[in-house]
Design a protein around this ligand. Structure first.
Ligand code: CA
Length: 243
């Protein structure tokens, strides 16, 4: 299957880079590669890739710096690659503007799942201006002007904080949002008690949106990191479970 997108791989480890190249080739994606941060930033500017896979541990530049530089001029989705037990790095990368993360070592299936989720985010980013008054994702519909949320045509009764939360997710569809980001958006600051409250509100919100049957998972939990609203693929109403 051919895809009309190009992926930039920024990774200094040749083994990992080769695995990613092989995977891209096998799945019909075009790709370009970079072995360091400075060159990677140049490739983003000159090639304008559609998705960026970025290793956080690069020889020349800190991966976070690479994200910050790229984010000064483009919203191209960035998936960071980082080692296990480095949640802090992932959180920092997400807060710097990365969209998603992949934990090393990862399988080819995990890599492809992340790319498909990001492709759907990309599709949404290119078809929506972010200024629409109505948001639709699968059976979920938010009318921002009326502050009304419906699932399968039925209005949900959300508390003001639950409504604020669902709007934060819809405005960042497909992107992993950290606890820090979410609590700052809702309460203005990230304290331990805000994070604890957020978890409770999130559990209630998910129950209301997804129901007990959990037929469609709209919101994905990233333990220790945050949450993401997935773009529902209308063609088969299924979602990737990529955690
Ligand atoms: Ca590395």
């Amino acid at each position: 299957m051919e895809h009309n997108i190009e992926i930039l791989i920024i990774e200094d480890d040749s083994k990992v880079r080769n695995l990613m190249k092989t995977t891209m080739k096998a799945n019909g994606y075009r790709y370009i590669t970079s072995e360091n941060g400075e060159n990677g930033i140049m490739e983003v500017a000159s090639h304008k890739p559609d998705i960026i896979l970025l290793d956080l541990g690069l020889p020349d530049l800190d991966g976070i710096k690479v994200i910050e530089k790229i984010r000064t001029w483009t919203n191209t989705p960035i998936i960071v690659l980082s080692a296990r037990n480095e949640d802090e790095d992932k959180i920092e990368a997400l807060d710097a503007g990365a969209d998603d993360y992949l934990t090393k070592p990862f399988s080819v299936d995990e890599l492809m799942a992340r790319i498909r989720v990001t492709e759907r985010r990309l599709e949404y980013m290119t078809t929506s201006s972010g200024e629409e008054s109505v948001f639709v994702n699968g059976a979920l519909r938010i009318d921002y002007s009326a502050a009304e949320v419906c699932v399968e045509g039925k209005e949900l009764h959300l508390t003001p904080i639950e409504y604020k939360l669902v709007c934060i997710f819809s405005k960042n569809l497909g992107k992993v949002l950290t606890h820090t980001y979410i609590t700052k958006e809702v309460w203005g600051q990230c304290t331990e008690s805000n994070v604890a409250s957020m978890r409770v509100y999130m559990a209630n919100l998910r129950k209301k949106i997804e129901g007990d049957a959990r037929r469609i998972q709209y919101i994905q939990t990233h333990i220790g990191i945050g949450y993401r609203m997935l773009k529902i693929d209308n063609s088969n109403e299924s979602v990737e479970s990529s955690t």
